[in-house]
Design a protein around this ligand. Sequence first.
Ligand code: GLY
Length: 397
Amino acid sequence: MRTCGNTSDVLVVGGGIIGLVTAWRSARLGLSTAVIDPEPGGGAAGVAAGMLAAVTELHYGEQMLLGLNLASAARYPEFVAELEEATGQGTGFRTCGTLSVALDSDDRAHLRELHALQQRSGLDSEWLSGRECRRLEPMLAPGVRGGLRVDGDHQVDPRRLASALVTACERAGVVFHRVWAQRLLVARGRATGVVLAEGTETSAGQVVLAGGSLSGRFEGLPEAVVPPVRPVKGQVLRLTVPPAYAPFLSRTVRAVVRGSHVYLVPRANGELVVGATSEELGWDTTVTAGGVYELLRDAHELVPGITELPLTETRAGLRPASPDNAPLLGPTALPGLHLATGHHRNGVLLTPVTGDVMAQVLTTGELPEVARPFTPGRFGPSPAALSPAPASQEQPA
Ligand code: GLY
C-alpha cells in the first residue's frame, strides 16, 4: 500500500454538487479539504432539470422535508450571488416561477388536493382557471382545466451550477483527487481516510460520504453505517427553442398526466428541459424508446407546439433515494464519518443548505437545528451497535 502525502481536515468522497458544495463551504471556513471523484461536477446534476420546487413538489407525508426545502430555497439568491462572484461564472438561476396545470377532471382533483395541502402548510400558491393559465402561457393546450401559480418556485441550470462549484472549490484551495475512491480506512473504531483507486492512501480528520446513489456501495463501511440509499432512474429530454419561437414558455410548466409527472423547464438560453420518468430499475441508465415516448406524449398534451422543436439530447440519471425521501446529513455512528447523501428529487434545491449544514458540523461538531431531523441515525442502529470493521480494513493508528 502506498501512502499519499496528502492529509486534510476533510475528505469528501464524491464530487457531484452535494460533495462540491460541502467542500467549498468547508474550505471557506478554513478547513483543508479534498474531494475524490474521477470527474468532479458530474453525477445526477448533469441530467437534472434544476427546478427549485419546494412548493410545487410538496408531497403528503413529506412536511418535515418541506422545512429543509424552504430553508434552502430561501438561501438560493444569496448563494448563487456568492458563487457567481467567487467564480465569475453564471449558474442560470432564474426567478421565473412555476405553473402546475391540470388537463382533465382527475388531474384537477389532484391539483386541488395539492393546493389544499399547500394552504394548510402556509405556502403561497394561487388557483387559476384554464383561461387564466393560458393568458400566462399562451402555448398551453386549449384543454387545460385549471392550474396553480407558484411564483416562488424558481430554477437553476444544474450543469452550470456544478461547473461553478468546481471552480469555486479550486479557488478556495480544495484539492481534487481525480480518481475513484476505492474504500474507507478505519482505524481503532474511527474513519481515518480513503484508499484511492490506484492504491494510494489519503488520510483526513473527517470523511464525508457524498456519493449520490453509489453511497451505499462504498467499500469498507461497517455494516451499521451503510447508508440506505437506492437509485431511482429519471429519463430527461433537452430540446431547443429556436429564436423565432421565443418566448416559448416564460416559466416552468408542469402537470400530472394520468398519474405521471411531467415538467417543462425553459432556460433563458433557449434550452427546454422535459422530465422526468421515475423508475425503480436499479443501476440501469438506458434511455428507452418508451421513456422518451411517454415524456413527449405527456409534454405534447400540455404544450402541443413542442413537436416543432429540435430534440437535442436524451439522458437518464439516478436519483439517490432514501427510505423517507429525505437526505441523510451529518455524523454517523462511526466517529469521523459523515454522510451528505440521499437527496432524491431535491439535490439541486438542497445544495445551499447542505453546504452550510455540512460545513458547520465539520467545523464545530454541532449539526444546525434545521438539519437535525435528517441525521443518518434515524434509520440505523445506535453507535453501540456498530459492528467492528473487518480485520483487512483496519489500519494501524
Ligand atoms: N425534482 C425533479 C425530479 O426529480 O424529477
